[in-house]
Design a protein. Structure first.
Length: 191
């Protein structure tokens, strides 16, 4: 088992309550325990980042500047993250960055100087877990009401909340024993 050098979080539904296509920093509300969970990682010298699909930009529902303002508000509330990766593309754009593709995770790991195998992705849907798998990273699913039962069943590690997910990482998250099935029904959901 390799040491964890970085934890990459999904944004909406994982770090903050999901407000679809949110471009308003005033609507940002961290999930319970988010500030403490991220602080616990930083206290152990583990780098933190965010990898987030934001198709509302391609759909014309918010601007890149709106998304950056929301991200700055999250930094203000949870402490600054070491890296932010954002995919502004629509689901059918065919980009390499939109989760479940691994592009954002690979870029974030590279910017942090970490091998993807030394990273853990924490997210709330199967696309987050699939992207981690494709990048060679470990993953923890924190289900929310939008998480499908099949996504939970396919996830290599599941935690009931963000605090428990981070505790699992700090306690030495084992290598996954199984990976999400190809063609997971999660693909394409979430902004």
């Amino acid at each position: 088992m390799s040491p964890v050098r970085a934890v990459l979080f999904d944004r909406d539904g994982t770090l903050v309550h999901d407000v679809p296509y949110n471009g308003d920093p005033g609507r940002v509300r961290p999930v319970d325990g988010a500030r403490e969970a991220v602080a616990a990682l930083r206290a152990r010298g583990i780098r933190t980042g965010v990898v987030t699909n934001q198709s509302g930009i391609a759909r014309g529902l918010l601007t890149a500047a709106d998304a950056r303002a929301v991200n700055r508000r999250i930094d203000d509330l949870l402490g600054p993250f070491d890296v932010w990766e954002l995919c502004p593309h629509a689901p059918d754009d065919g980009c390499a960055c939109r989760k479940p593709r691994p592009g954002m995770i690979l870029r974030a790991a590279g910017r942090l100087g970490a091998d993807p195998a030394d990273c853990v992705v924490i997210g709330d849907i199967g696309a987050d877990i699939e992207a981690a798998h494709r990048a060679g990273a470990r993953a923890v699913l924190v289900p929310t009401p939008v998480t499908r039962p099949t996504e939970t069943a396919a996830a290599p590690h599941v935690a009931p909340d963000l605090t428990t997910a981070v505790r699992a990482v700090l306690d030495g998250l084992p290598e996954p024993g199984r990976s999400p099935a190809a063609g997971s029904p999660a693909l394409g959901r979430h902004a």
